[in-house]
Design a protein around this ligand. Structure first.
Ligand code: NDP
Length: 277
């Protein structure tokens, strides 16, 4: 690469659906930066090689998505505190002698909930469904907002227990009750905010939840965007407020953008224009 333009990429598998190149192009235009940002498909067993090729080509940074966030954590030589706690990385900075790993998913979710959806988490009861990389990546940022309770549930309940054991020390320091329950037990409790962090609907599977968990006073938030999931349909049928994860996507991208360029772009108009598409 011989030009002076800074180069960035998002790496995943699959990657064709990614909106990140579009979002970063809008941020760059708005802030007057001339950057290149592309989507790169990495073979599932070649993540490290793909990243080393980008480093050799003098890329400045990269976003990392499904299923490579754990491998990106291993690749990074230094970690931000959010990345260390989540043990997952979605934003990399390539420096002379180090690779810095960040995790902006939690900040993205919390900003979308609190700033865009006006749903403040302090003293609220939250149910987080899922125990994969996305769920683990957002827990600490939610604990920082001191909800009264954060309840975890997952199809494979043992994975929720592992996360609970890992995060309990942080929950205690913020005075938050961190519980684990089985999905079937959800309807017997009241939650203000219910977040779907599973990938069930990516494979068009229905999430087997009792619709009674939803009610008029709660916000049902699905991290997936661009499709009406069974989770959202159930929540709607019970009169709950609903949101998909488009705002989270844009907010986590904005945080990555400000890590790389030290400028915080505006997000609301980007969310609105992507939603209109
Ligand atoms: P992972 O593969 O790490 O985890 C998948 C999770 O989904 C696991 O908890 C798994 O449960 C659960 N799951 C999968 N299929 C089903 C099913 N049929 N029924 C119940 N549970 C199921 O994925 P990620 O955590 O990385 O991503 C999860 C979702 O969040 C994805 O759809 C992704 O697109 C979205 N996401 C959105 C972001 C945004 O900015 N809006 C950012 C990051 C992620 P089990 O443990 O039992 O297998």
């Amino acid at each position: 690469m011989t030009d002076l333009k800074k180069h960035f990429a998002v790496i995943g598998n699959p990657i064709h659906h990614s909106l990140s190149p579009q979002i970063h192009a809008v941020f760059a235009k708005e802030t007057g930066l001339d950057i290149a940002y592309e989507a790169v498909l990495s073979p599932l067993d070649q993540f490290k090689n793909t990243m080393h090729q980008l480093i050799q080509q003098k890329f400045t940074g990269a976003n990392v998505t499904l299923p490579f966030k754990k491998e990106a954590y291993q690749l990074a030589t230094t970690h931000s505190s959010y990345a260390s706690i989540a043990e997952a990385v979605n934003t990399l900075e390539f420096k002379e002698n180090e690779i810095i790993g960040h995790n902006t998913d939690g900040i993205g979710l919390v900003r979308d909930l609190e700033q865009n959806l006006d749903t403040h988490l302090k003293n609220k009861k939250i149910l987080l469904i899922g125990a994969g990389g996305a769920a683990e990546g957002v827990i600490y940022s939610m604990l920082e907002k001191t909800p009264s309770e954060l309840t975890l549930t997952n199809r494979t309940i043992e994975k929720s227990n592992v996360i609970q054991n890992k995060m309990d020390v942080h929950a205690k320091s913020f005075d938050v009750n961190l519980n684990v329950i089985e999905i079937a037990k959800c309807p017997h409790q009241y939650f203000d905010v219910i977040i779907n962090a599973t990938s069930a609907s990516l494979s068009d599977d229905a999430l087997h939840m009792d619709p009674k968990v939803f009610h008029e006073g709660c916000l049902a938030y699905d991290m997936i965007y661009g499709k009406e999931t069974s989770f959202i349909e159930q929540a709607k049928s019970q009169g709950s407020k609903i949101s998909d994860g488009l705002g989270m996507l844009v907010e986590q991208a904005a945080e990555a953008f400000s890590i790389w360029h030290h400028i915080k772009p505006h997000t609301k108009s980007v969310i609105e224009s992507l939603r209109a598409l």
